[in-house]
Design a protein around this ligand. Structure first.
Ligand SMILES: [Zn+2]
Length: 287
């Protein structure tokens, strides 16, 4: 196609698609935890043999109800549904009741747009770029759900893990061997750390979702990159935690989700694993 041969036109197209997918992710981050909680409550009701009448009536899934203001229930117009532009045009407020809209939507759309552009810049017009962007989208959703709900849903972490194993059958990001070992050791390692920490301190420092996310990282980038990935995630987590405590935004004992740091380091390793590893080894040898 002639149009796609022009880099500028190609970038505009990819960034636009990124923004649209970002808009979907913003909706997913809001709705998926609610859908999961409803389904867990439903399971509890079944187990405790409660009456059918206790069940909530309204349908709630990824498609229904249509996007609306959570405050006044006004439906979003076509203009407000345009990713990025809608939020700016409304100056971050509902057109009807002027209640501020969470900047989370804008942020997710922006980050997804950037991730789409970076996938193209890093991997070119390839299937690998599409896979890298798919993983990025999944990591963005996981990051924001974990920040919001302290939850890394299995419906996202497990497909991400399987996909990582599948893409590496062709050795796209790591050899199949490194990928399989990465998935298993990733899970096992955090599982061991978790239980050791719990035995020593009586506290739970992580959740099972973190093990699954780390296993997914191992499946995508291979076991060799996992130590560096964990080091980056822990450093970023520690620095942010200390900064939040120093600025009085958070108490010492407040639990902090680890998923966003794992997801960020996972993303870096996926895109820049090899140069990162080389730099790290050079630094380690030089020191
Ligand atoms: Zn409103």
């Amino acid at each position: 196609m002639r149009l796609l041969a022009h880099p500028f036109a190609l970038y505009i197209l990819v960034l636009g698609l990124g923004a649209i997918i970002g808009s979907f992710l913003g909706m997913l981050v809001y709705r998926l935890p609610i859908m999961l909680k409803r389904s867990w409550e439903e399971d509890c009701r079944t187990l405790t043999a409660h009456r059918e009448t206790d069940r909530p009536h309204h349908v709630f899934n990824l498609a229904l109800p249509p996007s609306h203001c959570p405050h006044c229930q006004a439906r979003l117009g076509w203009m407000e549904n345009i990713p990025l532009i809608g939020f700016v045009a409304l100056r971050g407020r509902c057109h009807h009741c002027h209640t501020p809209i969470s900047p989370r939507y804008f942020l997710i759309e922006l980050i997804t747009t950037v991730a789409a552009g970076m996938s193209l810049a890093r991997f070119g017009i390839t299937f690998t770029a599409l896979l890298a962007f798919t993983a990025s989208a999944c990591l963005i959703a996981l990051t924001f759900i974990d920040l919001k709900e302290q939850l890394l849903p299995d419906v996202l972490t497990l497909p991400l893990l399987w996909l990582g194993l599948l893409v590496n059958i062709a050795g796209r990001f790591a050899s199949l061997e490194a990928s399989v070992i990465g998935a298993a050791t990733g899970y096992l390692f955090l599982w061991l750390v978790y239980h050791a920490f719990r035995l020593l301190t009586g506290k739970e420092g992580m959740g099972y979702g973190d093990f699954k996310l780390f296993a997914a990282a191992g499946a995508w980038v291979g076991w060799q990159v996992l130590p560096l990935l964990l080091l980056l995630a822990s450093l970023a987590g520690a620095v942010t935690g200390l900064a939040l405590i120093a600025f009085g935004r958070q108490g010492r004992s407040t639990p902090m989700p680890f998923g966003p740091y794992l997801a960020g380091a996972f993303w870096l390793a996926l895109f820049y694993g090899r140069p990162l590893l080389v730099t790290y080894l050079q630094l380690a040898h030089g020191a």
